[in-house]
Ligand binder design. Structure first.
Ligand code: DCC
Length: 218
């Protein structure tokens, strides 16, 4: 571990951790949305896998569309403002219960770094069995956000994010992504991470600059 990482441990390294610029302070959902929320989100992902991979008779497609519309209508009256919904705030669920985030599971989260494991699914596919290139920066960016948070930095936004695509990233294959803070310079947090397969082969690596928000910055 570098001296800079050691010095940066904990939340005392930067004044104003609780200020978060102009960003609201979000709390984790207390009960991961209740007993069936994770089930709903996983069923939605299975549905997304199906929706992008089936070629079904017209009658089946019509029935599926009607059922999807009925499900949306069931949920519609229960919309709440950002920060109150369990989606994205359920720390015990893959991808924190978000349908946007990769449905991965965090198995290390501390000041020395964050590691997460999971698969790219069929609905993440770009072509020829490989994950779509745009889904990798999403995975990296969310990891960089968590690394920044775990390191104790105030709420920061990504100023730049660079991904090197070293090898094809296969779908439906267990993978791991791991990264850490490399260097801190005032508002700047420099982070690197690697996406690897089960044998440790690097499929992609990335680096980012996260900037601590100033008071009032959204
Ligand atoms: C509970 C679970 C939690 C889980 C938490 C999970 C959270 C997920 C977080 C995801 C994070 C995101 O995706 S955030 C969404 C994507 N990012 C954004 O939308 C950011 C949009 N950009 C901005 O809002 C702005 O550009 C800011 C706030 C980032 C910076 O604006 P600013 O405050 O005016 O900064 P500025 O003066 O320009 O720059 C400050 C210093 O940084 C340098 N700098 C700025 N940009 C760059 C750049 N691209 N490349 C190099 N250097 C740069 C400048 O040269 C300067 O250096 P010097 O002259 O001082 O040396």
């Amino acid at each position: 571990m570098s001296e800079q990482v050691e010095r940066g441990r904990g939340r005392g390294d930067v004044d104003g951790y609780e200020k978060h610029g102009g960003f609201p302070v979000y709390r984790a959902a207390e009960d991961d949305g209740g007993p069936d929320f994770g089930r709903l989100i996983e069923a939605m992902r299975v549905l997304q896998d199906a929706a992008v991979s089936v070629s079904a008779p017209a009658d089946v497609v019509r029935q599926a569309a009607e059922q999807a519309e009925a499900l949306a209508a069931l949920l519609e009256p229960h919309r709440v403002p950002e920060g109150q919904q369990p989606g994205g705030r359920s720390m015990g669920l893959p991808g924190r219960g978000s349908l946007l985030m990769l449905p991965w599971t965090v198995d290390k989260f501390d000041a020395t770094g964050v590691r997460s494991t999971g698969v790219f699914r069929r609905f993440h596919m770009g072509g020829n069995g490989a994950a779509h290139g745009g889904t990798l920066p999403l995975l990296f960016d969310d990891l960089f956000g968590m690394i920044t948070h775990a390191y104790g930095r105030p709420i920061s936004r990504t100023a730049y994010l660079h991904v090197n695509y070293r090898k094809i990233t296969p779908i439906d294959t267990p993978l791991v992504i791991e990264g850490q803070v490399d260097r801190v310079d005032g508002r700047k947090t420099f982070i690197t991470a690697k996406l690897m397969d089960a044998e440790g082969t690097v499929l992609a690596d990335g680096e980012a600059l996260m900037l601590v928000l100033l008071p009032g910055q959204p």
